[in-house]
Structures are given as structure tokens and as C-alpha cells.
Design a protein around this ligand. Structure first.
Ligand code: ZN
Length: 676
């Protein structure tokens, strides 16, 4: 599971106003004034940089490990493009060729539009928007594009050419079953002739519902229908589909093994290598157990086909890597949350038989990112909780990390103007400035550590993706968010010395959540669009449900002041009770596999947008130039070597602009054919 950034405006660069005389905070401010977080802005995208604060404290061996893991990660970059759409690599490479070789006018409006189109493709790892899933419509003409192709001797023909301008494959992931979950999705996880029914039949015969330790079926393959009508999994492994990239990944992982920090870490890396060589999902499980229980090192990583959000049938994993260095100070503080996991479980609003009697191995870490690729880049999560396989989580525990330097960069790049536009009054603004950032950190940790780890499924009921199907992700995120919301105003956090003030934190968190869920997050959608993305659906579901259920008692009041709408919380205590009720119900849905109830909740509260409010939000937001989505370039890790080629140091530099890094990656990490 990954947690995404709520919205830059909620948690702004308020350290300046709120921090005390704390020395480390001061150092941070000093650092941030000399570091340029913002790189550039285009379309609806803002590109930022991040720093790696703990890098220089690492030993040479650890730096080498970070470098090898980073190279392994980058080596799979092109896989993500191909997974997203079968012609993405072909199109991207053609456009890159034009970009580097065109000798005509590069100051014209047309060229500008072409450049923006290419940057959007780089940012989204393909021709579909990373968040809305809709295909980009180029703003330049077909005729102009033909000229560029001709003058640079670039070849792009057939479907790959046509799709740029026509009405085919307009959605990357379609969750509207009426349009056909697979037929309506452009994602390259199924050959175009496979239907959702084919997938159901294929896996129904494979999945043993009685198996208490099932593998993640279909996670690392493309499902294709052959001419004779039979279905076959084309497995992503050495010698299989994406074999050229995976061989490179493996060769860098083998170097990483030689500098592993400890035996357990080396063991996990070896299992990952074996998995990539064989494609065996039993080995993937063994690897995940080894990885989840390997917690001693300062360096950690995520590498593999992991999140299934991009598959409308929720089987196939997108390629992803994150390389992380432990944030020693924050981790110590937050370890206390996971030490109290059982207290949270015992004191939650879940029905008794849905509570875990022993919450196992919940670890919480704040890390600093050193490198990201695939599904995590340039658009990045801010927290991750893995592995995803439920029985491994229950029996062996899971790792939960918050990406500290990424969150820091988001916060430093923000401003308070938008907060002032959407917050109801001075008190709400002041509370956000004083407690907003910390409330957000606490919510992230509670969401990841306690939320995703909490609750149990009734015996005999299948995994959520089988029972709750296309609603599973939204409901799971809602469940985790609600655990956090329920406990944020708790005195227990003050006792645990991680919250300064139960009431202050609670109010700031609730104000921010309602403001975002009912209004602010809508800036990301075009007027008339439904909400598609799981995290966005979950936030509106939670906020809209609470608004509706609290109407009788005026818990949240819709106020119109100077022609502007605000959702103002009038009773925080009652709102907390409502959050607790919804948590209990969503856990019941998960525990019992109640598809109909889950569907009703999501469809009623999470999908449709109030058109009048949406229109108003867009109008109020239009005066802010800041793009609604942000993502990151990676710092560049440059090894220094001696005469024999041994690494003697690794230096960190920053790219000057987005195109430079994308072209560099395209050159250095290109292994796959145009069409796979
Ligand atoms: Zn989550």
C-alpha cells in the first residue's frame, strides 16, 4: 500500500512561524534557504527536487549499497512505461528523437506545445495522465507533428502514431464495469482480446479459496489470449517478458549483495534475485518474508512488481523501486506508535471479532529517499506499507515507512495563500499553521502503522480483491484513514509524547480532512469528471458520509459567506464518533467480504462530484498559479573510482532541469524493445 500526498496547500512551510528554539529545526531552515526545491512547472505539473540529508553520514560500503540499489531500480524504468500502455516506449522514443534532433524554430508556440506534451509523457510514464488516467490530447496539430517527424528522420507509424490524435485507448485504467473493466482500460496487462470474464474464469480455476497462504496470483505477468482461445501468463522474468531489463536489475542486485549490511539483508536480496530469474511467486513470498523481517540495516529498498492499482482487476503489479536511508531521529520518536499497536487495536471501534488479538510486527520508520523509479517516480508516494500479501502481513509483519525528505520538500515548496482561500476563519488558519504539519505526520504514521495493520478477515472469507473487487483499494484506504482520524484527537498520543495537544492536533486534522475531502481535492479534476483514483475516492467518501450522517446534529455545517462555500465543523467530538462508526462498518465490510455494502458506500459518497461546489472550487483556485500535481527529479548519485575501478566515494549532485534527467535516463537505462 502506498499513501499519496493529500495536497500541497494543507501543510505549508509553516515551520517558520511555529517552531520553537529547537536547534535541529533551525538547521533545517538554514538548509532550505540555500536549496532550490522548485525546478519547473508545465501543464498541471510542478517538478521539485529533494535532498538526501543522511547520505554523508553513511560508510563507504553503505554508499555503495545505495548506489547499486539505485542502479538496479533505474534499470527497470522502461518496464513501467510499457506496462502502462503497449505503445508508450515507441511513442516516447520517437518524441525524444525529435526533441534532441530538431533544428528548426524552438521558440515557436508549436514547439512549446510539443515540449509540454513530451514532458507530460515523461512525468506520467506514458501517454495517460498519472492521476486521472485520461489520455493526453496534444495541443499541436497533426501537420506540425508530421513536419517534426520528417525533419528529424523519425519513424512513427501505424497504431502508435494514430493513437496520439484519435479516440482509441482514452483511459489507462477504467473502473466503470459497464464499459468493460479490461476492454475500457488501455493498460498493457492483458492482450486486447482478453475480457474481464476471461480473467475471472482463468483465476477461479487457479485460486484455492481454502489456501491460507495464497501467492499473489498474476502479480508478475501479462495475461494473453492465444489464437486457439486459451489463456496464458507471459511472465516478467529473466528470459521472459521484460527479460532484457530484468537481467540488468539482477546484475546490479548481485553487486548489492556483496556490500549488504548484514546476513539477513543479503539473504533477502538473494531471494529477490532468484525470483527475478525464475518468476516463481512462491519465491516472491519467501523474499517478502525475508524482506519484512530484515529490519536491522540503515539502508532499505523497495523493488519489484508491487502495487496493483493500475490493474482494473487488481492482479498485476506495476514496477517500482524506492531506495531509502533511515532517518534516525524521527524513527525513534515514531517507534512508540508501533510499540502501542495493541492498545490502538483494543481501543478502536471495531467489533470484537474483527479485532486482532495479537498485532504482529508493526514497524514504523521515517526514511529519507535516495532514489526512486517506475511507479514511484516522478510522482511519488509519501509513505509505503509493504508487503501487500495479507497472510504475510498477519503472520510475519510488515514494514511501514514515511518518506521524510519527500514530505519536507513538499512542505518547503508550498505557500499559505491557498489555505487562506479555503479555510473558514482566522482560527482555522491559525490551527493549521500551528498544528497542521505535525497532525499530518501523525496521520500518516497512524494510517500506515496502525490502519493498514488493523483488523482481521473472518475465516473462509476471501481476500478483499476477490470479495470487494474494484472497490477494495478505496475501502482499504478509507479504513486506514479512519483509524488515523479516530485516534488523532486522543490523549493517548499526548501520553506517548508524540502529540503536544490532543485538542489542537485533532481540530487541525479534522478541519484539514473535511476541507480537502469535500472541496480542495477537486482542483485535480476537470468539471464533469467522476472521481476515479482510490485515495481521492476514499477521502470524499469519508468526508461526505460524515457530513450527511451529521446533518441532524449539525456536526458539519455548510456555510456560505461572501458567496463562498465552507464546510465548518461545529462539533468535533461528535465527528469523532461518526468516524468511529464508519471505521467499524468498513471493517465489517472487509471482514465479511460484503461487496454490495462496499459498492453502495463508494458509489454513493466517493465517486460523483457535487457540480456546483466543483465549479466554485475551480473558480476560487484559478487565481493560484501553482500546479495541482507535484513530482520529483532524483538527485544523481555519481561514483568516484580508483585506477582499478573500485568505488572510493559516491557524490550527490542535482539535475538542472527535468528534460536533462529524463534524457539521461532514456540513454543510460534503455534495454527493452519498442514493443514487448
Ligand atoms: Zn494507505
Amino acid at each position: 500500500m502506498k499513501i499519496k500526498y493529500l495536497l500541497p496547500i494543507l501543510f505549508t512551510a509553516v515551520l517558520l512561524f511555529s517552531c520553537s528554539n529547537n536547534k535541529s529545526e533551525k538547521t533545517k531552515e538554514e538548509v532550505s534557504t540555500t536549496f532550490k526545491y522548485e525546478v519547473e512547472q508545465f501543464a498541471d505539473i510542478k517538478i521539485l527536487r529533494y535532498q538526501i540529508p543522511s547520505f554523508d553520514e553513511l560508510s563507504l560500503k553503505q554508499k555503495e549499497l545505495v548506489y547499486y540499489l539505485s542502479q538496479a531500480g533505474m534499470s527497470g524504468r522502461d518496464i513501467m512505461h510499457d506496462q502502462n500502455y503497449r505503445y508508450n516506449l515507441k511513442i516516447r522514443r520517437a518524441l525524444e528523437n525529435i526533441y534532441q534532433n530538431y533544428e528548426g524554430d524552438k521558440t515557436s508556440e508549436d514547439w512549446n506545445k510539443f515540449e509540454t506534451y513530451l514532458k507530460r509523457i515523461w512525468f506520467s510514464n506514458g501517454i495517460h495522465h498519472h492521476y486521472s488516467n485520461s489520455k493526453f490530447i496534444p495541443k499541436f496539430s497533426k501537420e506540425y507533428f508530421d513536419t517534426l517527424l520528417k525533419e528529424t528522420n523519425t519513424e512513427l507509424t501505424g497504431e502508435a502514431y494514430d493513437v496520439i490524435f484519435n479516440n482509441a485507448d482514452t483511459k489507462k485504467v477504467n473502473l466503470d464495469a459497464d464499459k468493460g473493466l479490461i476492454k475500457g482500460s488501455a493498460i498493457n496487462f492483458y492482450s486486447p482480446n482478453v475480457t474481464a470474464e476471461d480473467v475471472d474464469v482463468f483465476y477461479a480455476s487457479k485460486i484455492d479459496k481454502e489456501d491460507e497462504t495464497p501467492i499473489e496470483y498474476g502479480l508478475n505477468s501479462k495475461l494473453v489470449k492465444k489464437d486457439d482461445g486459451t489463456l496464458e501468463e507471459k511472465v516478467w522474468k529473466v528470459g521472459g517478458m521484460y527479460g532484457e531489463s530484468i537481467e540488468k536489475i539482477v546484475s546490479w542486485l548481485e553487486k548489492a549483495v556483496t556490500v549488504a549490511e548484514n546476513e539477513k539483508q543479503a539473504e533477502a536480496l538473494k531471494l529477490l534475485i532468484e525470483y527475478y530469474k525464475t518468476g516463481d511467486l512462491e519465491t516472491w513470498d519467501k523474499y517478502n518474508i525475508a524482506w519484512a523481517t530484515s529490519t536491522d540495516g540503515d539502508i532499505d529498498y523497495i523493488n519489484g512488481f508491487i502495487e496493483v492499482y493500475n490493474d482494473p482487476k487488481a492482479f498485476r503489479g506495476s514496477y517500482e523501486t524506492v531506495v531509502q536511508i533511515k532517518d534516525f531521529e524521527m524513527s525513534k520518536k515514531m517507534a512508540v506508535v508501533s510499540e502501542n499497536a495493541q492498545w490502538f487495536e483494543d481501543n478502536s471501534t471495531l467489533m470484537d471479532n474483527h479485532k486482532k488479538k495479537n498485532v504482529v510486527g508493526v514497524t514504523y520508520k521515517t526514511v529519507n529517499v535516495a532514489s526512486e523509479s517506475g511507479d514511484s517516480s516522478p510522482s511519488t508516494p509519501i509513505g509505503v506499507n509493504l508487503p501487500n500479501n495479507n497472510w504475510i502481513r498477519q503472520n510475519h509483519g510488515s514494514k511501514s515507512v514515511s518518506l521524510g525528505n519527500i514530505i519536507e520538500a513538499y512542505n518547503q515548496a508550498g505557500g499559505t495563500a491557498k489555505l487562506k482561500e479555503f479555510a473558514f476563519n482566522e482560527a482555522e488558519i491559525a490551527a493549521e499553521i500551528e498544528y497542521g504539519q505535525l497532525a499530518d505526520k501523525l496521520h500518516t504514521s497512524l494510517h500506515e502503522v496502525i490502519g493498514h495493520a488493523s483488523g482481521q478477515i473472518n475465516p473462509g472469507v476471501g481476500q478483499p480483491k476477490e470479495t470487494l473487487k474494484n472497490y477494495a483499494s478505496t475501502l482499504e484506504e478509507a479504513r486506514a484513514d479512519l483509524v488515523g482520524l479516530y485516534f488523532l484527537p486522543s490523549e493517548k498520543l499526548v501520553e506517548m509524547k508524540i502529540s503536544p495537544n490532543a485538542e489542537g492536533i485533532g481540530k487541525a486534522a479534522y478541519d484539514g480532512y473535511i476541507r480537502n475531502g469535500l472541496m480542495v481535492q477537486l482542483v485535480r479534476l476537470n468539471l464533469g469528471d467522476d472521481i476515479e483514483e482510490a485515495h481521492m475516492r476514499n477521502r470524499q467518501l469519508v468526508a461526505a458520509w460524515a457530513f450527511e450522517k451529521g446533518k441532524e446534529n449539525n456536526v458539519i455545517e455548510k456555510v456560505v459567506k461572501d458567496n463562498k462555500t465552507y464546510f465548518v465543523i461545529r462539533d468535533y467530538a461528535k465527528l469523532r464518533v461518526l468516524f468511529g462508526e464508519l471505521l467499524r462498518e468498513i471493517q465489517r465490510i472487509k471482514s465479511e467480504g460484503d461487496f454490495e455494502a462496499g459498492k453502495t458506500l463508494v458509489e454513493t459518497y466517493g465517486v460523483k462530484v457535487d457540480q456546483a461546489i466543483h465549479k466554485e472550487v475551480l473558480a476560487r483556485n484559478s487565481k493560484f498559479k501553482s500546479a495541482p500535481y507535484s513530482g520529483f527529479v532524483n538527485p544523481v548519485l555519481v561514483p568516484e573510482t580508483d585506477a582499478e575501478g573500485n568505488i572510493t566515494d559516491v557524490k550527490v549532485t542535482q539535475p538542472t532541469n527535468f528534460a536533462e534527467q529524463m534524457l539521461d535516463y532514456a540513454k543510460r537505462y534503455t534495454t527493452l524493445p519498442d514493443v514487448n
